[in-house]
Write a protein that binds this ligand. Structure first.
Ligand code: 1GP
Length: 248
């Protein structure tokens, strides 16, 4: 079964899925295997690995360590063409469709394609949309794009439909890691009511209640990153999973 099919299965069985973003700059190789196992036991459905800006030089080993520690999907969520690893189950082959920067729309993808081909890794075409979130996020700055206005959900809908018609298999509404404000529910609702492909929502989600509200609005998958970076918040993992799994 492909990783994409596994994701669909998770969504169907659980109502929505919980994905945890692991940033190689924020966790050491020594601590990541335990953290990944803990997440799996607490009900996390999969991992995304990547970042808009990367300082660490252990990306490949980081992916491999996580992959060896767990059996849930390990999926690359690359900030650029250099963030690829053959150890992952799949790669979100994303285009930043909310922006008008050709490098983020197609340039990085062209750089990555020959390497991805050689690795033979599964690709999941994804329409990635940045949403204005009250501050300039790393994703916004590094991509040199303007995010979608948060009070104009119809603009998000038009982008989501364009992504779907271009053949993308999944959409991501992203407020940006550490966003002050998460993606507004009315925008999720409107996108869900029109586009039919699965919808990932992330950025600035700090508590299980927020996560549940995004699922209620129509998110198929919720991503959290920052909130789990401090060890004191690890007790929240299971609470997030329970809040997100509306079924089963
Ligand atoms: C970023 O959506 C993810 O790509 C996660 O965001 O770190 O704010 O949870 P946070």
């Amino acid at each position: 079964m492909t990783t994409y099919d596994r994701l669909i299965q998770i969504q169907e069985a659980r109502g929505a899925g919980y994905l945890v973003l692991l940033d190689p700059d924020k966790k050491s190789l020594d601590e990541i295997a335990d953290m990944a196992r803990h997440c799996e036991e607490a009900g996390v459905d999969g991992f995304l690995i990547g970042g808009s800006l990367l300082f660490s030089d252990h990306f490949d080993a980081f992916v491999q360590t996580i992959k060896e520690a767990v059996s849930i999907p390990v999926i690359l969520f690359p900030g650029g063409a250099s963030q690829v690893s053959k150890h992952a189950d799949a790669l979100l082959f994303m285009s930043l469709i909310s922006g008008r920067n050709p490098q983020a729309l197609i340039g990085e993808q062209v750089m990555a394609a020959p390497i991805v081909h050689k690795m033979g890794i599964e690709t999941i075409p994804m329409g990635y949309m940045l949403v204005e979130s009250g501050t300039v996020t790393a994703a916004e700055f590094m991509s040199n794009t303007r995010p979608l206005p948060r009070e104009k959900p119809e603009i998000a809908v038009a982008h989501a439909l364009a992504g779907q018609y271009l053949g993308m298999k999944i959409l991501y509404l992203e407020a940006g890691s550490g966003a002050k404000l998460s993606v507004p529910e009315p925008m999720i609702q409107m996108v869900r009511a029109t586009a039919t492909i699965p919808l990932i929502v992330g950025g600035g989600i700090r508590n299980p209640e927020d996560a549940a509200a995004k699922v209620k609005a129509g998110a198929s998958f919720i991503v959290t990153g920052n909130v789990l970076e401090s060890d004191e918040n690890h007790h929240l993992i299971q609470k997030f999973a329970e809040a997100i799994h509306s079924k089963g």
